[in-house]
Write a protein that binds this ligand. Sequence first.
Ligand code: ADP
Length: 191
Amino acid sequence: MINIVLSGPPGAGKGTQATKLVDKYGFKQLSTGDIFRAIKKSDSPLAKEVISYMDKGMLVPDELTIRVLEAEVNMYMNQVGFIFDGFPRTIAQAEALDKFLAGKGMIVSAMLALEVNDEELKKRILLRGKDSGRADDQDPQIVEKRITEYNTKTAPLRDYYAAQGKYRSVYGIGDIEEIFAKLCKEVDDLR
Ligand code: ADP
């Protein structure tokens, strides 16, 4: 079983590449962004809480995020492996994930990090916002906030996984297929 943390700033192409990796290798993709977007639509107290963070470009608190993610893993056990897309996003989440997986005799195999500069990210997200309907993609100030959240809270995960020898950087600008080929090479090295 191979478990991959697919990381990168908002707009780096995680969702696009995760879908392609799923098609090729049969991983189960778990996207906390997608999970939270589904919760947002649910007209529950939890939805209101999630909306209060997401629509401001802020991270949802760790405790809630970890709880939601663990429930999903438990639902989809016995797969080829997982692609964690957009999780973990903080050191506390990474530590919780390691502990949770260890309890099941599993580990994170590697973190594949898509590297894209801030200017390119802003362009991509605002372009996506034109037809994605995502409120957090349409307002430049919210986009800026998400990138700041990434740089302060998520970027330090590089060191966390590097210390375990699991960090792999992949340049995320260029042709989608070329980027995918680079990711596949990293996955094949794990097998
Ligand atoms: P993007 O990668 O484009 O920022 P996502 O769909 O991954 O978009 O996430 C959208 C929003 O969902 C984030 O801005 C945040 O509010 C929330 N979210 C997603 N994953 C996490 C996480 N692991 N921890 C905290 N908040 C999260």
